[in-house]
Design a protein around this ligand. Structure first.
Ligand code: NAP
Length: 530
């Protein structure tokens, strides 16, 4: 089943529609949906004129169209009378529209059904999409709903669309696409449903909708055609595409999809990386994981894991008897999961890693010109005692460095220090620092508070290397002042890129191009970036 990238035309006048059609073509639309319920002063003549416009002069350039005049109760824009809405669809068929979209609920009424059936029987190529929308939540049973639609009119293309209030709600839509064949349109609305719009093509939905730009979206969670094509590799998605993604909450601003998708494209891998918004706690995370692991046909192969699920991910892999890298176990958190699929078996084993500490140790080693074994005995001051501090402390302690942890909440610093046999103090002890390497693992100095620093310039020591894990901005005030004193510095951006490189290798077995990753991040962060 070939999926058509469909752009809705939601203009209030013929002139505005003409402009939108031009833009939609330029954005790469493979089909247009004429949302005639947006047109002011709607008439059958106006719809006729619009269809001729889409047809254009050249047959080659003609895009197929869906003509829709949506009922206000099901998300329509202007509340036009039912009779006029049916007139519009009948006229659209006469004018050569490939598809008309009518609400299943209204098609249940024999009189409406009769008029549309007659028009369809007189049309050479026109097909009927019977649509059901639920803007509040998922349908009770979309399998039964689909059966009802196709029993009522076997030639109909069922369109079943509902709001996913959680990413776990999307699995009903995925199951329906997987378990049925033929022409059908199934996806979820809302932020939690975003992923269903992207993988609709992998799963063979007849249509996925995208908007020309963010302002012209006709449904919640609709992506722009540019995002779908450039960020989410739409053109190269097929049934065999393997899926990856970042699991977290929030994930909307994560740089990982841009970085990994650019890497996949660059290495010619048939892989796609998605933002996977998994809201809630351990129970929601586990439900998501059991869905993606048990539904092997979805093709999920690996994940980055971020806040708040790093500990949940570790617990999950342990409970399934998967492999957990030794230091990740001690850190108590993992940020990378790999789902192994074994030939001739449905069993899937999961491997878990923590690439934060690997990346941090790598960038420290290359900036200071030291191999891991040479970090033994190195005096290091870590500011902060949260998740990132924990991974770096574990890595450095494992390498034999002499670590002292400074934190606002001293009890938290103490707990971490006891666990990894380090020293600890409050932030007020920082002026007495005696370390060759200072690492900021707090958010002090992060955008938008770019004029803050965890360590005053006057207390930085001459022979110190200064590492700030913050990557937005790439040069924090701490790093700027350290540079002014001629000290060696390491940016959080280097750690981020390194971390992505290590993950990419775990995902693909190949090395990604660090220059490409830097370029992608700089483009995404704009002037805040590197
Ligand atoms: P976290 O677990 O929430 O820990 C935050 C730490 O910052 C705690 O030690 C906290 O102290 C301290 N802190 C926060 N606000 C503070 C303030 N106003 N004054 C003093 N201390 C403050 O966060 P995390 O996940 O470890 O992330 C920490 C930093 O790492 C973030 O800035 C993030 O950008 C960066 N990071 C970088 C990368 C990378 O790849 N480069 C990856 C992930 C994170 P209390 O214990 O007293 O609350």
């Amino acid at each position: 089943m070939e999926t058509r990238l469909t752009i809705p035309i939601s203009a209030d006048s013929f002139k505005a529609a003409e402009k939108q059609i031009k833009k939609a073509r330029a954005a790469g639309a493979e089909m247009l949906e004429l949302r005639t319920d947006y047109l002011e002063g709607l008439s059958v003549d106006l719809v006729n004129k619009l269809i001729s416009k889409v047809r254009g002069r050249s047959k080659k350039k003609a895009l197929p169209v869906i003509v829709t005049c949506r009922d206000k109760k099901q998300g329509g824009a202007i509340d036009y009378p039912l009779n006029l809405r049916i007139d519009v669809l009948v006229e659209a068929l006469k004018a050569g529209a490939e598809f008309i979209d009518f609400e299943y609920e209204n098609f249940l009424v024999p009189e409406n059904r009769g008029r549309i059936r007659v028009a369809l029987s007189q049309s050479l190529k026109g097909k009927l999409i019977l649509s059901a929308h639920n803007f509040a939540a998922k349908f009770e049973n979309i399998g039964v709903l689909r059966r009802h639609i196709t029993t009522l009119y076997p030639a109909a293309i069922p369109k079943i669309v509902y709001t996913a209030n959680h990413i776990n709600d999307c699995f009903d839509a995925f199951d329906l696409l997987h378990n049925t064949s033929g022409e059908r349109i199934v996806f979820c609305m809302g932020q939690a449903g975003l992923v269903s719009r992207i993988i609709a093509k992998k799963l063979g939905s007849l249509v996925t909708f995208a908007s020309i730009d963010e302002d012209s979206a006709t449904a919640p969670g609709q992506l722009t055609a540019e995002q779908l094509k450039n960020l989410y590799r739409y053109d190269s998605i097929n049934a065999e595409t393997e899926l990856y993604g970042v699991i977290g909450s929030p994930v909307a601003h994560s740089l990982s999809p841009a970085v990994h998708n650019a890497g996949f494209a660059d290495t010619g891998a048939n892989k796609l990386y998605l933002p996977l918004l998994v809201e809630g706690g351990k129970a929601e995370f586990e439900r998501f994981m059991s869905n993606v692991v048990n539904k092997g046909w979805l093709g999920f192969r690996g994940f980055s894991v971020t806040i708040p699920h790093k500990e949940n991910a570790l617990d999950y892999v342990k409970s399934k008897g998967g492999f957990v890298e030794l230091l990740a176990k001690r850190i108590g958190a993992v940020n990378t999961l790999i789902i192994e699929s074994r030939a001739m078996s449905d069993e899937r084993r999961i491997r878990a890693y923590n690439t934060d500490y690997i990346a941090a140790l790598d960038v420290i080693g290359s900036a200071m010109g030291k191999g891991r074994s040479e970090l033994k005995g190195l005096p290091v001051a870590i500011v902060g005692a949260g998740g990132v501090a924990r991974a770096i402390v574990a890595g450095l302690a494992d390498a034999g460095a002499k670590v002292k942890i400074y934190n606002r909440t001293i009890a938290r610093a103490e707990r971490l220090a006891v666990e990894f046999d380090c020293d600890f103090a409050g932030l007020d002890d920082l002026p007495n620092i005696n370390a060759r390497l200072l690492i900021n693992c707090t958010s002090i100095g992060m955008h938008p508070n770019i004029n803050e620093t965890p360590m005053l310039k006057e207390f930085l020591k001459r022979d110190m290397t200064v590492f700030d894990t913050i990557y937005n901005p790439a040069e924090t005030l701490l790093l700027k002042q350290a540079k002014e004193l001629g000290l060696k510095t390491i940016s959080g951006m280097e750690m981020f890129i390194n971390q992505a490189l290590v993950q990419f290798k775990l995902f693909t077995g190949k090395d990604a191009n660090p220059k490409l990753m830097r370029k992608v991040i700089a483009e995404r962060l704009g002037d805040k970036g590197i």
